[in-house]
Design a protein around this ligand. Structure first.
Ligand code: SF4
Length: 245
């Protein structure tokens, strides 16, 4: 239902796994636009990830500084690329695709700073493997829809949702829920009155009351109408992890 509402989402690998990994580091706590820019600057400056791996932390930091948090991310990128070279002898990670999903995840998670979300993004976005990556939006929406319980940790949520979603739907699910979380089921003041899954949502009444309370009478009260088409200004599908052209 959400894919129909927010999609369709084109399912094509944009980056090879090592580039996706660096992109993932650059996207941590950064907007899509800034991480795409930082990635572009890094590749313009160095030309290849092999050159980045040979480069100094200060040079990497200078290249990615427009993306923010460069002081933290530059040493992280250097460290992770060096570790891949140590373990694998090259930055070609296509061998992961030949591994069972669990082993491929474990291989990536031995790398410094790579948790379940980053591993899921690399395997799903780059290699088309059915790894579920749960970001803050997906976690929130899944909790509100009770796909996961209120006490489930973010780490555990990856396993639970991966088991629930058919492998062939993982990518579409991931992107559709991110779109829903960013556009409608927002952290503050979710737009339950415009939500296409409101009738099935166990949190709707509670969230609508909370939103009403926050509005405290300044705007018109929401009626109980649900399943209205999305009326918020829609700028088209949000596609995370898209490098700048
Ligand atoms: S009804 Fe509200 S809380 Fe439930 S999924 Fe929709 S926007 Fe989120």
């Amino acid at each position: 239902m959400m894919t129909k509402q927010y999609g369709p989402f084109k399912e094509e690998p944009r980056l090879d796994p090592a580039h996706e990994l660096v992109f993932t580091i650059l996207s941590q706590h950064t907007s899509d636009i800034n991480s795409a820019r930082a990635f572009g600057y890094l590749m313009d400056q160095f030309g290849s990830l092999e050159a980045v791996a040979q480069g100094g932390v200060a040079e990497i930091e200078a290249a990615i500084s427009p993306g923010g948090l460069a002081k933290v991310k530059a040493p992280r990128i250097k460290l992770v690329l060096s570790r891949i070279l140590e373990l694998n002898g090259s930055l070609n990670l296509s061998f992961l695709q030949e591994m069972p999903l669990k082993e491929a995840k474990a291989w990536l998670r031995q790398l410094p700073g790579i948790g379940p979300k980053s591993a899921g993004i690399i395997l799903n976005f780059s290699l088309g493997m059915p790894a579920m990556a749960i970001d803050t939006h997906i976690f929130r929406v899944c909790q509100r829809l009770r796909f996961i319980g209120p006490k489930v940790s973010l780490n555990k949520a990856h396993e639970i949702m991966e088991a629930k979603v058919p492998p062939e739907d993982v990518f579409q699910f991931h992107v559709a829920i991110i779109n829903h979380g960013r556009k409608v089921c927002k952290a503050q003041r979710p737009l339950c009155g415009e939500c296409i899954v409101a009738e099935e949502c166990p949190s709707r009444t509670k969230m609508m009351k909370a939103t009403e309370f926050k509005k405290s009478g300044k705007t018109a009260r929401l009626k109980n109408g649900v399943n209205k088409p999305l009326t918020t200004k829609d700028s088209g599908p949000i596609m995370p992890h898209v490098p700048a052209e």
